[in-house]
Write a protein that binds this ligand. Structure first.
Ligand code: ATP
Length: 353
């Protein structure tokens, strides 16, 4: 059974549309990350699933049960949706110890309290034996681990996580990511996780969804969203890139397009909507190799990162692209090669209205 099914969901704030025709399925055990610019509607989507925001159209079903359908006046309150939630801040009760914080939502809803499960969850996040500590004695990362256990205490059908790692520092974020990965993987809990950090979405998400102006503009695996973005907006949300105008003269099988660039003919994968004619060639740093042999490109900037020299080069026509080289290039005039499988072509007018 589908863990979460959303169809035609629309919501607005004071007549201003915020969610527009949202539609997707989340299978049991899936971990999906929702990326999007600030104000794209990510938190509103989670709030609508949780029952804090009331959509005016569409349906939401959790584990086959319809929890929201305005046409049938169905609007289950948040506590009847069987969800766990994790927010940016842990928001633990300061007067309760760790175990009682984890069990509090169960007691408040008069649900059976499973001490052993709470202890097991603590053990899985590296907090075995810390159940009797008060939140004030824990670090921020430890408090967030307790909040994650609290979200899983009732064995929820689905957990919604809204920027759960953005209030902690870099190393703690890495550690929490790893706990989320093992905990959700081992308990096969379905999750929808909002983040603005592509590396977090790629590390955790089996699927990554991109929300833009209240619409889901792409829902794919991390590799597909990164390598085959549906627009330059998606490309920009998922990593650094440059795009240059090219002309496509032929589209072959499997959407392999032929185009001219830097005085040579190349082939690269393209978006299924691309037709012959003007296109945008999207180049990630790994799409371009910079060579020491003398050529038309001039080195503009260079830096060393992760074992490679990342070089920005400029063409006399003003085009600037980034590429990599294993060598530190001492000269200014260089040549380039495209790495076709890391290139991507989009229609010239790929920006959604
Ligand atoms: N309670 C509210 N009343 C009116 N407008 C709201 C309300 N909450 C959010 N909005 C507006 O709805 C839009 C979507 O907001 P939302 O918080 O869902 O975006 P977001 O993608 O989560 O943003 P961020 O990444 O900055 O948290 C924004 O334009 C925001 O200003």
């Amino acid at each position: 059974m589908t863990a979460l099914r959303i169809r035609g969901l629309q919501a607005d704030y004071g007549g201003q549309p915020v969610l527009r025709d949202i539609q997707f399925d989340l299978e049991p055990g899936d971990y999906a990350c929702l990326l999007g610019r600030s104000g794209s509607g990510k938190s509103t989507l989670l709030a609508a699933i949780a029952g804090f925001v009331h959509p005016h159209a569409g349906q939401i079903s959790i584990d086959g049960e319809t929890v929201c359908d305005p046409t049938q006046s169905i609007e289950r309150p948040p506590h009847q949706r069987g969800l766990g939630m994790v927010f940016q801040e842990a928001n633990l009760w300061p007067h309760l110890d760790v175990i009682d914080n984890i069990l509090f939502p169960l007691r408040a809803r008069k649900l059976p309290v499973d001490h052993r499960w709470a202890e097991e969850l603590l053990d899985r996040v590296g907090l075995a034996g810390h159940g009797r500590r008060k939140p004030a004695t824990l670090s921020g990362g430890q408090r967030q681990r307790v909040a994650i256990c609290r979200a899983l205490a009732a064995r929820p059908r689905l957990v919604l996580l809204d920027e759960p790692l953005s209030a902690v520092d870099g190393p703690t974020r890495e550690e929490l990511r790893s706990y989320l990965q093992t905990l959700f993987g081992e308990t096969r809990t379905t999750a929808l996780h909002v983040t603005h950090d592509p590396s977090e979405a790629f590390a955790l998400g089996r699927h990554v969804a991109v929300l833009e102006q209240g619409r889901i503009v792409q829902w794919s695996t991390p590799a597909t969203v990164y390598r085959e973005p549906s627009s330059e907006i998606v490309a920009g949300l998922t990593g650094s890139f440059r795009s240059v105008p090219v002309n496509v003269d032929l589209i072959e099988e499997n959407d392999l397009a032929r185009f001219a660039f830097d005085g040579r003919a190349w082939h690269a994968p393209s978006h299924h909507s691309l037709r012959s004619g003007p296109a945008r060639l999207l180049l990630r740093p790994e799409s371009v190799r910079i060579h020491a042999r003398e050529g038309a490109w001039r080195v503009h900037k260079r830096r060393f990162e992760a074992g490679l020299f990342h070089v920005e080069v400029e063409h006399p026509n003003g085009d600037r692209i980034q590429g990599t080289s294993p060598h530190d290039l001492s000269q200014d005039a260089v040549s380039i090669d495209l790495v076709s499988e890391h290139c991507w072509l989009l229609p010239a007018d790929n920006h959604p209205a």
